[in-house]
Design a protein around this ligand. Structure first.
Ligand SMILES: [Fe+2]
Length: 296
């Protein structure tokens, strides 16, 4: 076949993929070609605009490194990450809601016992985080692993700072025999997503701000349950209603209570005012995930 024009090209490309053996790949490619060609017909890009788009995506890839994930930022700021999240997490009663992973999770993090201070001495208001992990609608889950990571008092993650040689505001711990966990850290600050790259250009061109409301990230895993990836946001934060990555859910907003000097619930004597977050998590059983998938 030859002489394709703007009316016949789509069918020709669809036909070229029609013998793809994997039915899922075949369906995905058919939808991609349909939507991509319709998008191009809708915007009718000039060659210069198409070249700018290629250049934008090229630079987005080139911006990525072990500690910087520009494509996740792009997915997040377009709402694509939260859409994928919403489709994949239709949650049962009692299960904690999910939100974006974000670009600052890294595999390298220290294992710490309950009660540890994970701030590595960074300045900021001391924060005690206490919580529990339960099966949604069920009992406590001992031995669940809990990854936490959060910004510091200046709004930076440890991996963004060139002046740190140890993890800070980042650790992995486990629930005790009662399904409980607790650790000390510093209160996180709201922060801008990295905006010195292509995604920042996009935000400036569209007059959007780059800020995310303050939060602590949690990734919680236990055998037989769906891994939970979520945040707990700080109630009262000025950016709760305009998160640059659309990640806020009401059930994930909690009081990081202001506490006067005194004795904290874990027995620590506090000479300065401090903050206290108490939050209980519910994990979705894998069996429920299978049932939900079958019903969908
Ligand atoms: Fe974050």
């Amino acid at each position: 076949m030859t002489d394709f024009n703007e009316h016949t090209i789509t069918q020709a490309v669809l036909k070229s993929f029609s013998a793809t053996p994997d039915p899922r790949l075949r369906a995905i490619l058919a939808s991609l070609v349909h939507h991509l060609h319709d998008f191009i017909r809708d915007i009718e890009p000039s060659f210069a605009e198409w070249q700018a788009a290629i250049d934008f995506l090229t630079r987005t890839g080139q911006m990525c490194s072990d500690t910087r994930q520009e494509f996740i930022l792009l997915s997040d700021t377009l709402g694509a990450s939260m859409l994928v999240d919403a489709i994949n997490h239709r949650m049962p009663e009692g299960a904690t809601e999910t939100t974006v992973l974000g670009p600052f999770f890294v595999e390298k993090r220290p294992d710490v016992p309950n009660g540890a201070d994970v701030s590595a001495g960074r300045p900021g208001e001391k924060l005690l985080v206490q919580g529990s992990v339960r099966a949604a609608g069920g009992g406590p889950l001992p031995g669940a692993t809990i990854d936490i990571w959060h910004s510091d008092d200046d709004g930076y993650y440890d991996v963004q700072r060139g002046d740190l040689d140890t993890a800070s505001g980042r650790a992995r711990l486990r629930t005790n025999a009662d399904g409980k966990f607790w650790f000390w850290t510093i209160h996180p600050a709201f922060y801008p997503i990295p905006h010195d790259g292509p995604v920042g250009e996009l935000l400036r061109a569209t007059e959007r701000h780059p800020y995310r409301p303050a939060h602590v990230h949690f990734m919680i895993a236990a055998p037989g349950y769906e891994e939970l990836v979520t945040h707990v946001f700080v109630a009262g934060d000025p950016y709760l209603d305009s998160d640059a990555v659309f990640g806020v859910k009401q059930s994930l907003i909690a009081d990081y209570a202001h506490c006067p000097p005194g004795t904290a619930p874990d027995g620590t004597r506090m000479d300065q005012p401090w903050r206290h977050l108490s939050y209980d998590f519910g994990l979705k059983p894998l069996a429920a995930a299978l049932q939900t998938g079958a019903a969908a």
